[in-house]
Design a protein around this ligand. Structure first.
Ligand code: SAM
Length: 182
């Protein structure tokens, strides 16, 4: 994948006991599909540990951090802010503008996904409110499709560094080998 400006995913909220899996999967999806870093609310330490473990095993680089103020991250972000929401403009209608504003202009991008109800100031702070369809689904699906549209599939070719293990693609079955094995 060619060098891009920093792409960071922010998980706005996290409800312990309810959001563990979804928050973790926001992090795993951000990592697997081209983002450089994920920011979780500071009550999502379990998700941070899981994503760090996967990064240790299957490679990086990928950053996982906690923040005490997700809304402050949005407010203070020095770059482009995209908020993924079912109420937003259709991704296919604005993806070219976002591609130009981020990748061509070499501007860092913050991609915001919610959990519980998203406060209106996030909608106002975003440069784009982007819907992956205008149907209700999830932060993981929305993030995955948005990243693939942003990178135009290049994220699927990413090389991984400092991995312990790697998966060997198989027609049938599963094969995981030490990363340095040919
Ligand atoms: N009920 C909350 C609200 O209305 O703000 C959102 C709950 S939704 C399950 C959690 C997150 O999934 C949203 O904040 C949004 O980031 C993402 N999401 C859900 N549907 C989406 C869509 N069609 N397009 C983009 N993102 C979507």
């Amino acid at each position: 994948m060619q060098q891009t400006p920093e792409i960071v995913v922010l998980r706005l909220g996290h409800r312990p006991g309810r959001d563990e899996r979804m928050t973790t999967h926001v992090g795993l999806t951000a990592r697997a599909l081209g983002a450089d870093r994920v920011l979780f609310p500071d009550n999502a330490g379990q998700s941070l540990e899981t994503v760090e473990d996967i990064t240790d095993r299957f490679g990086g680089p990928f950053g996982v951090e906690l923040t005490a103020s997700p809304r402050g991250v949005v407010r203070d972000w020095d770059g482009v802010v995209v908020h993924l929401t079912m109420y937003g403009e259709c991704v296919q209608d604005i993806e070219d503008e976002i591609h130009e504003a981020v990748l061509e202009a070499d501007q860092p991008l913050l991609i915001v996904v919610g959990a519980e109800k998203v406060p209106f100031d996030i909608y106002e702070a975003a440069d784009w409110n982007v819907g992956v369809t205008n149907q209700p689904h999830s932060e993981v699906a929305g993030l995955a499709v948005f990243l693939d549209r942003l990178f135009q599939g290049a994220e699927l070719e990413r090389e991984w560094v400092d991995a312990d293990q790697r998966v060997v693609p198989m027609e049938t079955g599963k094969r995981v080998v030490p990363a340095d094995e040919e």
